[in-house]
Design a protein around this ligand. Sequence first.
Ligand code: NDP
Length: 276
Amino acid sequence: MTEIPQAKLNNGITMPQLGLGVFAIPDGKEVREAIKIAFNEGYRSIDTATVYGNEKGVGQAIEESNIPREEIFLTTKVWNNDQGYDATLKAFQQSMDRLGVDYVDLYLIHWPVKGKYNDTWKALEKLYHDGRVRSIGVSNFKVHHLEALFKTAKVAPAVNQIELHPYLVQKELRDFCAQHDIKIEAWSPLGRGAVLGDPTLIQLGQKYGKSAAQVTLRWHIQYGIITIPKSSRAERIKENISIFDFDLEQGDMDIIDGLNRNHRIGPDPDNFSFSL
Ligand code: NDP
């Protein structure tokens, strides 16, 4: 089975550098089946969120797998309309009930809701101190959101999960997070499929005997980025983990960096409007 490299977070715990994202995989049979395939291929990290509506199926898949809980790295996130201190604590308990687990490995603030995220963070710190979560982090935080968080935070975020792929390389934010020992985790690492038709990535794939998706994911791994491609198809789940048997040359890493066009698939964290 494939051995996945581990990222060391700033509180000493380790997290697989590759995981399965389950956004938009329907709850129930679909998500259970995708996770079952992923576990069989060697994935041990699952990224879900309250808003994905599939925490129940994720929890069932973990239980059905018979893999010891401590070998699995489970991430979920507090949704925007649950932010604030008390609401977050309540939302966390509801997530735990749906997941049917005793703890999560990483709990994230899903988006930086203005006027709320400092209080939300206090709730995450409490959950961390109470041992309900092994690590806490943020998602979709820009430099200025992190700077505002640092003013009141007592625990530094372990992770910032952000949109990141060859068309949005996020150099400045990556450098800032590296300086503050916050690991970067890439969402939409394949640009939700948008980068896969890129002729340069296809050509690099031919050079290494790999697909454009594999070259893209390998690029994340070689930069130390944690990456969570989503697929519910067996052949792609397998393809996306088959990236630990080759190395991109530095010149090819640079070529992929050069594809950047600051193009977002998702909303800009300064301008998101969904509260749901
Ligand atoms: P991805 O970049 O992972 O792309 C997923 C899309 O690419 C799907 O349509 C999938 O189709 C397709 N795909 C996957 N692998 C391959 C392959 N090898 N070849 C061709 N096509 C492929 O996008 P996501 O937006 O899903 O991001 C990944 C994860 O990040 C999410 O599932 C979620 O966990 C997280 N996320 C977090 C956000 C946040 O705000 N924090 C926002 C968005 C995502 P198919 O399933 O049919 O194979």
